[in-house]
Structure formats: C-alpha cells, structure tokens
Write a protein that binds this ligand. Sequence first.
Ligand code: 2AM
Length: 187
Amino acid sequence: MIRCFLAVSLPEDLKEILREIQGRLAAETSGVRWVRPEGFHLTLKFFGNIPEEKLPALVRAAERVLQEFRPFELVLEGLGFFPESGPPRVVWVGLSGELEPLLEMERRLSRAFAKLGFPPEKRPFHPHITLGRVKDGRRSRELRARAAEIRVPPGRFRLDHLTFYQSKLHPEGALYSVLKEVPLGNA
Ligand code: 2AM
C-alpha cells in the first residue's frame, strides 16, 4: 500500500518565501510542527493508503482532466488558519490569481476520482499551502498575533503540471516523494 496525494508542487523561489515566513513565525511561537520547506505543496486530492496497482488508473484519470486545461498563474496571498477562529490546528498561506481554473480543475478531478471509488471531500475545497500543524495549542494566541503582523509577498508562479506524491509518515513528520508528474495541456 502507498499513502498518496495529488498536489501542485511549488518552484524554489516560492518555497524560499514560505520558508522565510515559517522562520519568522517559528522564532516566536512553539508547539507547531513545521512542514519541511522541500515538502511545501498545494493539495488537490488526498487518496490515503491505496494499493500501488491502483495508481496508473488515477494517473490516467488525471491526464484526461488536465489535458483540458492550459497553464495558468497563481499568487501567494496571506496567512490563514484552520479553523478560522478559536485554537488553530493548521497554519497556511492562501492563494489568489487565476483561481477559477484551479477550482474547476479540482471539481473535475474530484468527479473523475469519485468514479474510481474515491469519494469527494465533504468539506469545500479551500486551496492552501500548509506551513505547520499545531501540536500544542498553549501558545495559539501568540501564533495568531504574530501571523497578523506578517505580510506575505505576492510570489507568483505558473501552474503547468500536477504531481502525485507518496507520503511516508515518520515521527518527525511526513516525507514526500514524487510518484508521477502530469502536465496540463500545451504545458
Ligand atoms: P493539509 O496540508 O491541509 O494538512 C498530505 O498529507 C497532504 O494531503 C496535506 O497537504 C494534507 O492537507 C492533505 N490531506 C487532505 N486530507 C487529508 C487527510 N485526511 N489526512 C492527511 N492529509 C490530508
């Protein structure tokens, strides 16, 4: 079995921006498990544990959907938390730019994967890049206050492919490795 998900990978300059923001937050808070900078991504679909032989069908489904899309541009926008109020569990950076094709892509992928036996998420899709997960909420007030002071630079990037990742769980956090890259049409 492999634990896998489909995501937008990010270019190095954006990872650097995100790493810097993470560092500023981490300097004054504790109790957060920070995502390794090389692992930053924007998830479109989490499959959980699947038998490895199911992967090719998922890749083919993604290829069919993605060939209908031309590359488009996304921009980093602002820090946020899940849940929105109260003690945060996840710290993330949001996105702006050409969100319509991103949302449409997620809808079509979700439908295609549902046909292969992976039910759609019950929660609405909220595109985000997770920076960290709160393990101990005792300093969540400081975390929110610190985040409110940080301005996220509007780093831009062109989305021209998606990546199937494997996630291996370790006590120090998940390690991600690339299983397969799938290009958008005319990428
Ligand atoms: P998150 O960043 O909001 O935590 C790999 O775990 C990726 O899949 C993460 O980006 C994670 O989102 C996402 N994901 C979505 N649903 C998940 C679930 N039920 N368990 C673990 N990860 C999930």
